[in-house]
Design a protein around this ligand. Structure first.
Ligand code: AG3
Length: 277
């Protein structure tokens, strides 16, 4: 009898699927907020899937986690208090704690089960969640930022796609609350989807952030398992401009994607992306 093959498909658009062979379904759950799955894939190793969308894999998680973390943290000259909204797998916290000057990194995650499953099945990614400089707070990120003022140097919004529990993390009122939640020289970054498929979203977010923050920038990176592979991040800053950073002063840390030479280059946009914003 022929060996049975199991394949997982993320329906990335109504007309396009991203499919990979899986050797094992490690864990599935219906949480209070979403469907969760941890799959063992042949190509990328373990994969975290929420509501059918690939969140991270062992093979390519470094691309996303380094890009969303080190650009803001090397733009702020002295980030001491940092918050991650979402990001229950812990990958962003791991990257943040590579910065010695960070005193405390808060993970503000709505779904406790994402953290628990990641701790159990994705230890390479979640490993820093038990660090003494990390603090996990299980609550709604929107509520958290609107209840805390003038508190953080850097906020990183590591959300899922703008459907289900993450919808509110893409709204103007949330960016206003993020502004208030940052210190007077604070800055934030949010993941803002694919410039190939999500142009309306990127445009809306960019203009919303621009109407609130004095400095607004879009940068791009390559994440093989996300729709189109090309991914965008929107940065809003009260004072520090990522393009003004003295890259000769960036400390070398252990990274596989980010490096000082890339810091400003990430903000150089292809023409079709320049035209979005
Ligand atoms: N958060 C962004 C995931 C977006 C992926 N979208 C998709 N596959 N359709 C990732 C969380 C990693 N910490």
């Amino acid at each position: 009898m022929a060996e049975m093959e199991l394949w997982f498909t993320e329906q990335q658009t109504p007309d396009l699927g991203f499919t990979c062979k899986i050797t094992k379904t490690i864990y599935t759950a219906k949480t209070q907020y979403q469907d969760l799955a941890i799959l063992e894939t042949k190509q990328f190793g373990r994969m975290l899937v929420l509501d059918g969308a690939v969140q991270t894999t062992i093979a390519d998680e470094f691309c996303y986690h380094e890009l969303i973390s080190h650009v803001p943290l090397f733009t702020h000259p002295n980030p001491k208090k940092v918050a991650v909204i979402g990001g229950g797998d812990g990958g962003v916290i791991r990257e943040i704690l590579k910065h010695d000057e960070v005193e405390k990194a808060y993970l503000i995650e709505i779904d406790r089960e994402v953290i628990e499953a990641s701790k159990k099945y994705l230890p390479e990614i979640s490993c820093a969640l038990d660090d003494e400089r990390a603090e996990v707070i299980i609550t709604d990120g929107i509520k958290f930022v609107s209840e805390n003022k003038n508190m953080f140097d850097v906020i990183i919004v590591d959300s899922t796609d703008p459907v289900g529990p993450a919808v509110g993390l893409f709204q103007d009122s949330f960016y206003k609350a993020v502004f208030e939640c940052l210190k007077e020289d604070g800055l934030f970054v949010a993941q803002t989807e694919s410039p190939f498929y999500d142009q309306d979203l990127i445009k809306n977010v960019f203009h919303a952030v621009k109407s609130i923050f004095p400095i607004t920038r879009l940068y791009l990176g390559f994440i093989p398992t996300y729709p189109s592979g090309l991914w965008s991040f929107t940065l809003g800053s009260k004072k520090y401009d990522p393009l003004e950073v003295d890259i000769s002063r960036i400390k070398r840390i252990d990274t596989k994607y980010y490096n000082p030479e890339l810091h400003k280059a990430l903000f150089a946009l292809p023409t079709f992306v320049q035209e979005i914003i």
